[in-house]
Write a protein that binds this ligand. Structure first.
Ligand SMILES: [Zn+2]
Ligand SMILES: [Zn+2]
Length: 349
């Protein structure tokens, strides 16, 4: 099999070759047809996350090099282990990549995406920037019949991330409207899921005028420019005293300060993005505002199935996608880093 692999942190990916794995036990070998290029791959390529104040979170782990990234995978079944049941050769699936150990309490209650001994495709085990990928069990293969193959992979990342965050926000919308901060790919998915799941007003804040316009086209009630000094007051006014939940899809110190400020008493500020930075607030403000601050990280396998049902019901407009061959994976990461990509680049190995 051919792969585009990391051979050294901070360096471009390289073409590597390896024997195509033979699936054992419950494993399934997918022929990768599509794999989305994701912003989180940039942090993995660097080997760290920026924590602000000059601090870094090392994410090199014990990853053996060469290592193949790519967690937004769609493909067809090419071979099955003897105990892999319920899927057949030639069938088309998206791979749920946020796979856990399967044995711990988190995995047993269905939260595999939070497992502390993860086997995440393209993050802790080899992923989809390759002609083939090994999936440990058919239960991680999700039926994507009726969904365009080039958006099926990204749905497992930006779709799930947006869906998981909006689901956490829903109970707080009894307090007030929803505020979405940052309308990149994930924010755009979040906005659409929110539109499908609530009748409450949805406000969107983004620095970019084009993105604010896109938000209105996707059903945002009102849009705001965080660079506008009056934006916070305008959100307070439009929401009648504060929003019920603010979802920060950027996840920087600046975006979070902006996002939590207009949350009403009893509401929640939910951080999704991993841009980086640090944040402090006076501790008494938490009880005085009855403020919930929480993080949201992708979503569970059960939520993946719920999300796909919404997509199949036509509730989500596909994000703009550009397909590129496997050899252009590294260039695509560079383009993403340089902010040159609108929508999603999807590799077609
Ligand atoms: Zn991703
Ligand atoms: Zn586990």
């Amino acid at each position: 099999m051919h792969r585009q692999s990391l051979v050294e942190y901070g360096k471009p990916l390289q073409d590597t070759e390896a024997p195509t794995p033979a699936p054992a036990g419950t494993e399934v070998l997918l022929r990768v047809t599509h794999c989305g290029v994701c912003h989180s791959d940039l942090h993995l390529q660097d080997g760290y996350f920026d924590l602000g104040g000059g601090k870094q979170l090392d994410v090199r782990g014990n990853r053996p090099l060469p290592f193949t990234f790519g967690h937004e995978i769609a493909g067809t079944v090419e071979a099955l282990g003897p105990e892999a049941k319920g899927v057949a050769k030639g069938q088309r699936y998206a791979a749920y990549p946020w796979i856990g150990c399967g044995n711990c309490g988190l995995c047993k209650r269905g939260d595999e995406h939070l497992c502390n001994a993860p086997r995440v495709l393209g993050v802790t085990v080899d992923g989809g920037y390759a002609t083939h990928v090994l999936v440990p069990h058919p239960r991680y293969l999700l039926d994507v019949e009726g969904i365009a193959p080039e958006i099926a992979g990204p749905l497992m990342c930006s779709g799930l991330t947006g869906y998981g965050a909006i689901k956490k926000a829903l109970p707080f919308l009894r307090v007030g409207p929803l505020l979405i901060v940052g309308l990149g790919g994930v924010g755009m998915m979040g906005l659409q899921f929110a539109r499908a799941l609530t009748d409450k007003p949805i406000f969107v804040a983004d620095l970019d005028e084009g993105k604010r316009k896109a938000a209105l086209e996707l059903g945002a009630t009102e849009v705001f420019d965080p660079a506008d000094a009056g934006a916070r007051k305008a959100i307070q006014k439009a929401s009648g005293g504060g929003v019920g939940a603010a979802v920060d899809f950027a996840g920087s110190d600046k975006s979070f300060v902006f996002a939590h400020a207009p949350v009403a008493k009893g509401g929640a500020a939910i951080v999704v993005g991993l841009f980086g930075g640090s944040f402090s607030m006076p501790v008494p403000m938490l009880p005085l505002r009855a403020l919930t601050i929480m993080g949201s990280y992708v979503a569970s396998p059960a939520e993946a199935a719920e999300m796909l049902a919404l997509v199949k019901a036509g509730k989500v407009k596909p994000i703009p996608v550009e397909t590129r061959p496997l050899a252009e994976t590294s260039r695509s990461l560079d383009d993403l880093r340089a902010g040159k990509i609108v929508g999603r680049v999807v590799i077609t190995p």
